[in-house]
Design a protein around this ligand. Structure first.
Ligand code: ADP
Ligand code: AMP
Length: 214
């Protein structure tokens, strides 16, 4: 399976990608996770990306395209993958087409997460992530058993800097301006299936599985 999960920040793409990847042995390629790791490690790429991420802006195309090109060429993605948070611009979508035409292995389905803006703001403002294993929680909708401690590995939970109200609004605007046009891009290519993403995690998972045909 070669899949793209498309949708606004906070739509639940990472939550669903992680579950589908675990169940079907796929590689989850989250450009946001890779960039956050680069920032935490203080690499040259992380230093370049940080100011864009903190402001809720997109990191320049050439940086993220390079990340995805390297990932998709690696052995861990050979058995199928989910692109989570990429592409986010038409330039990125075109570059992805070029990369995949070199491998003769096109994208098979794009799941477009459809969810109301208020729900997204609610989800993002309560999002908590494990510092050690990146597991995803929500203060209200998906709390840990012990407050502030990851159920899976005991790591410490944190709130992302860009999940503050003002940055959330900016990220939603950036999504509408730059990423929403990709719905038409993939619809025209017959690849898009809409997923109703406003319900519970389990109901969205069932919709995702139906959308990608597994
Ligand atoms: P994205 O990857 O699209 O930015 P996430 O998967 O990180 O979104 O989800 C954002 C937040 O919303 C997380 O805190 C997650 O636990 C929570 N969440 C995800 N799916 C649902 C859902 N169906 N209902 C309620 N909360 C959800
Ligand atoms: P995410 O974890 O997907 O919400 O991404 C967090 C931040 O990382 C975004 O607000 C951007 O600054 C950056 N980012 C992640 N993926 C991309 C991408 N495909 N293109 C540009 N910037 C990205």
């Amino acid at each position: 399976m070669r899949l793209i999960f498309l949708g606004p920040p906070g739509a639940g793409k990472g939550t669903q990608a992680s579950r589908l990847a675990d169940e079907f042995g796929l590689c989850q390629v989250s450009t946001g996770d890779i960039l956050r790791q680069a920032v935490a490690d203080g690499t040259p790429m992380g230093k370049k990306a940080r100011e864009f991420m903190d402001a809720g802006q997109l990191v320049p195309d050439e940086v993220v395209i390079g990340i995805v090109r390297d990932k998709l060429a690696g052995p861990e993605c050979a058995g199928g993958y989910i692109l989570d948070g990429f592409p986010r611009t038409t330039g990125q979508a075109r570059a992805l087409d070029d990369i995949l035409s070199d491998f003769s292995a096109p994208i098979e389905r794009v799941a477009a997460f459809m969810v109301a803006e208020e729900a997204v703001v609610e989800r993002l403002s309560g999002r908590r992530t494990c510092r050690a294993c990146q597991a995803m929680y929500h203060a209200v909708f998906a709390p840990t058993r012990v407050g502030g401690v990851c159920d899976k590995c005991g790591g410490e939970l944190f709130q992302r800097d860009d999940d503050r109200e003002q940055v959330i609004r900016e990220r939603l605007k950036v999504y509408a301006d730059n990423t929403e046009p990709l719905l038409a891009y993939y619809r025209e290519r017959g690849l898009l299936t809409e997923v109703v993403a406003g319900g519970s995690v389990d109901s969205v998972y069932a919709a995702v599985r139906a959308a990608v045909g597994v």
